[in-house]
Design a binder for this molecule. Structure first.
Ligand code: SF4
Length: 299
């Protein structure tokens, strides 16, 4: 007997991208919630995000120095030692040293991209949610800045490798959705969205036009309609691409001779669970928990 697929209660920018990349992988991840082993790179990314979050959260302009970041790395590293995901990695002392050294290098690279003392953030780890038709679209913006001219800039930190120019625009889809969220919730569009790639380091910048945001709205709603259809018909099709080389579901993918219905049995499923927070509250919009300063100044 087939298992009915519940619609996800919310969509984030990464889920939108995930469905566009491959509907079947989306089903495994977002509909069936097949458990995933913690990865060094995700733990490292979380650590670096935490350090940069605290650099802005606890240090005012003029005090956001590499030394201050080093102090925040010490604190975040100490806190990480009791984190279940970190503990599950079961790293040797040498591997743990490598993780910390690589995180420190990414944070050092951050200072090559911008001077944090020149920046006025009005949101740090900003949870933002809007309703688009029947869709609850939500995301967490790493940083929302206010320029000296009173304009908004969306910042997204990236700790992985920057995409090649051919994939640059597709990687900007997520930040365009953040721009759309700003427009829907705050009533104004950011003048820029920036991906700060800390590894290279390099910055990818886009300036969303009104037309681009209207297009993004249409595309996002089209993805939601496609998800509704896929859930209703239990029809999530594989879409092969170079991403298959990194896909943890490849053994269960019909494009590679696998049986998708075996994935839940082998990996363990939690069908129907929804990891989206705030279930039931269902506000039309929600500007979240960690707004760093008065958004009124930006409105
Ligand atoms: S192997 Fe490729 S086509 Fe199959 S589920 Fe994974 S990403 Fe999709």
């Amino acid at each position: 007997m087939s298992v009915p697929f519940d619609l996800p209660r919310t969509l984030s920018p990464s889920k939108v991208t995930s469905f566009r990349d491959c509907a079947l992988a989306f089903r495994f991840n977002t509909i069936e919630h097949l458990p995933e082993e913690p990865k060094v790179w995700t733990v490292k990314g979380t650590l670096v995000h935490r350090v940069l979050e605290h650099l802005f959260w606890y240090h005012g302009q003029g005090e956001r120095t590499p030394d201050a970041a080093a102090i925040e790395l010490d604190r975040a590293w100490d806190a990480l030692q009791s984190d279940p995901e970190y503990l599950a990695l079961d790293l040797s002392p040498a591997e743990a040293d490598d993780l910390r050294t690589e995180a420190a290098a990414l944070i050092s690279n951050y200072f090559a991209l911008e001077d944090p003392n020149d920046i006025t953030p009005i949101g740090i780890e900003l949870l933002i949610e809007a309703r688009l038709g029947g869709l609850r679209l939500r995301g967490i913006i790493d940083r929302l800045d206010l320029t000296p001219d009173g304009e908004l800039v969306v910042i997204d930190y990236k700790t992985g490798r920057a995409p090649s120019p051919a994939f640059e625009q597709s990687k900007l889809i997520g930040v365009h959705i953040y721009a759309l969220l700003c427009q829907e919730v705050l009533g104004r569009k950011p003048v820029q969205v920036k991906l700060l790639h800390l590894k290279e380091p390099t910055v990818i910048t886009a300036e969303p036009s009104d037309q681009a945001l209207r297009g993004q709205r249409v595309k996002t709603l089209a993805v939601w309609s496609a998800i509704e259809r896929a859930c209703a018909h239990e029809d999530f099709r594989p879409r092969t691409s170079p991403l298959c080389n990194y896909c943890r579901f490849r053994d269960f993918c019909p494009a590679y001779g696998g049986d998708p219905d075996q994935a839940a049995l082998v990996l363990g499923a939690d069908v129907g669970a929804d990891l989206g927070a705030g279930v039931g509250a269902s506000p039309g919009l929600e500007v979240g928990a960690e707004v760093g300063a008065d958004l009124g100044g930006a409105a």
